[in-house]
Design a protein around this ligand. Structure first.
Ligand code: 13P
Length: 253
């Protein structure tokens, strides 16, 4: 049985005061929900403050990005050495990083290796554009992204993958549960062919893209979908709590 995981990606929203406030509003209730791994991914500058707030709670922190070098003259970058001890997970290869910051599959591959080397669990994001989706190339694109990101990476159940179709991110146009389940099944098969069936069955694969408290049930009910990477709705305490509590309820039955 895979432990469901819900991660809130706050993206480039909230200053430190707003982030600690948002966390404070939901922490007590979030902590009470069992059966789901709960992860908050605030901006870098708020990780330390929120880490103080979640002490002793069943809540984890994730970073939204990371560089692939340990240290040195890389002005403005954040190294894995700065993240260890501060958070447990790190989002890598988000489509916004690929699109706006020119992250290639090769860069993402280096980041995945580096995160694992330092014991940070990568949440590796993959997803196809609307154009590729409409041209029927989803399977091909996703398979290629997974293969490239995992080149030379040893089999590990620590890896988390998020399938986030670009056309569903921030658009209010989520994939259907069935669509997402089919692509996530394909991702699992790709991992099985690269690594082994046991590991492919053990890793968590999430859906992301316009997930809300109103549609989470459709995704969570699907057998291949182990949780969600939530953007906009994770900035609303009520909605995020609803997503996590519904996940706990559905996956426990
Ligand atoms: P939205 O939930 O806002 O569509 O964002 C999804 C996402 O990109 C999470 O990483």
């Amino acid at each position: 049985m895979r432990r469901p995981l819900i991660a809130g990606n706050w993206k480039m929203n909230t200053n430190v005061a707003e982030a600690t406030n948002l966390a404070q509003v939901m922490l007590a209730e979030l902590d009470e929900i069992s059966g789901v791994e709960k992860v908050l991914c605030p901006p870098f500058v708020s990780l330390a403050s929120i880490k103080g707030l979640i002490k002793g709670m069943s809540i984890e922190l994730g970073a939204q990005n990371m560089y692939f070098e340990d240290k040195g003259a890389y002005t403005g970058e954040i190294s894995p050495l700065m993240l260890i001890g501060l958070c447990d997970l790190v989002i890598l290869g988000h489509s916004e990083r690929r699109q706006y910051f020119a992250e290639t599959d090769e860069i993402i591959n280096k980041k995945v290796k580096k995160a694992l080397e330092f014991g940070l669990k990568p949440i590796l994001c993959v997803g196809e554009s609307l154009e590729d989706n409409e041209a029927g190339r989803t399977g091909e694109i996703i398979t290629q992204q997974i293969r490239a990101a995992l080149t030379g990476v040893n089999s590990t159940s620590q890896l988390v993958i998020a399938y986030e179709p670009i056309w569903a991110i921030g658009t209010g146009r989520a994939a259907t549960g069935k669509q997402a389940n089919a692509t996530i099944g394909l991702i699992r098969n790709t991992v099985a062919s690269l690594w082994d069936i046991e590991t492919a069955q053990a890793i968590r694969i999430l859906y992301g893209g316009s997930v809300t408290g109103s549609n989470i049930a459709e995704f969570i009910a699907e057998p291949e979908i182990d949780g969600a990477l939530v953007g906009g709705a994770s900035l609303k305490a009520d909605d995020f709590l609803r997503i996590v509590s519904q996940t706990a309820a559905i996956k426990s039955t």
